[in-house]
Ligand binder design. Structure first.
Ligand SMILES: [Zn+2]
Ligand SMILES: [Zn+2]
Length: 201
């Protein structure tokens, strides 16, 4: 069966065409088209191909064009049975473009989509290689307002080590020593000012 790239497809990652073909002994043929625009990394190629080839198998082997019905699902569970390390195979894979936030493993490139910034990149690691995820730039969808605060995390300075936290740790004792009954909040305010001075010099 033919698997080809399609440069015009933008709405979905892949399509499986299940066709009647009298020239084949089975009378059935299938071909898969993949979007060059959506399938832009090896992990998506793998996920899209598995999904589409389950459609192909449902038609070529089982003789059913049942969409994402039981026959397709049966092939999906066979695939995940052979390759248990695969992420779950969904009914739709245009999630890649529908999801606003894309996280990518910095080690192996495996990517996942989220509709919000819900993935805790400090804790959650890649299921395949235990690498860390980084948030990629948001998809083409327009930001809801001019909030620069929603800048992708990968573009921001890393949270650790926080320079101010280190500065506080170093200098908190000496600030408190200068005036014994200084309240914590005041000590922090003084440290904040000192830190600002230090940074602007
Ligand atoms: Zn499908
Ligand atoms: Zn990884």
């Amino acid at each position: 069966m033919a698997i080809t790239w399609n440069v015009k497809m933008t709405k979905t990652a892949g399509i499986c065409y299940n066709e009647v073909d009298r020239s084949k002994a089975s009378g059935r043929n299938a071909r898969v088209e993949l979007s060059t625009k959506v399938v832009d990394c090896p992990a998506r190629l793998r996920d899209t191909l598995v999904h589409e080839l389950c459609h192909a198998a449902a038609w070529l082997v089982s003789g059913y064009k049942s969409g994402h019905g039981p026959v397709w699902q049966d092939w999906v569970s066979r695939a995940t049975g052979v390759f248990p390390e695969l992420p779950s195979i969904g009914r739709c894979h245009n999630y890649e473009i529908a999801c606003k936030y894309q996280y990518k493993c910095i080690k192996c490139g495996f990517s996942i989509g989220r509709h919000s910034k819900s993935l805790d990149t400090e804790r959650k690691v890649c299921g395949r290689c235990l690498g860390r995820f980084e948030l990629l730039a948001m998809s083409a969808r327009k930001p809801t307002s001019a909030t620069t605060a929603s800048q992708p995390a990968a573009l921001r300075t890393p949270r650790t080590p926080a320079p101010f936290a280190i500065f506080v740790k170093k200098n908190y004792g000496s600030v408190k020593k200068n005036s014994q009954d200084l309240k914590h909040a005041d000590a922090m305010r003084i440290l904040g000012e000192k830190f600002k001075e230090m940074k602007t010099v």
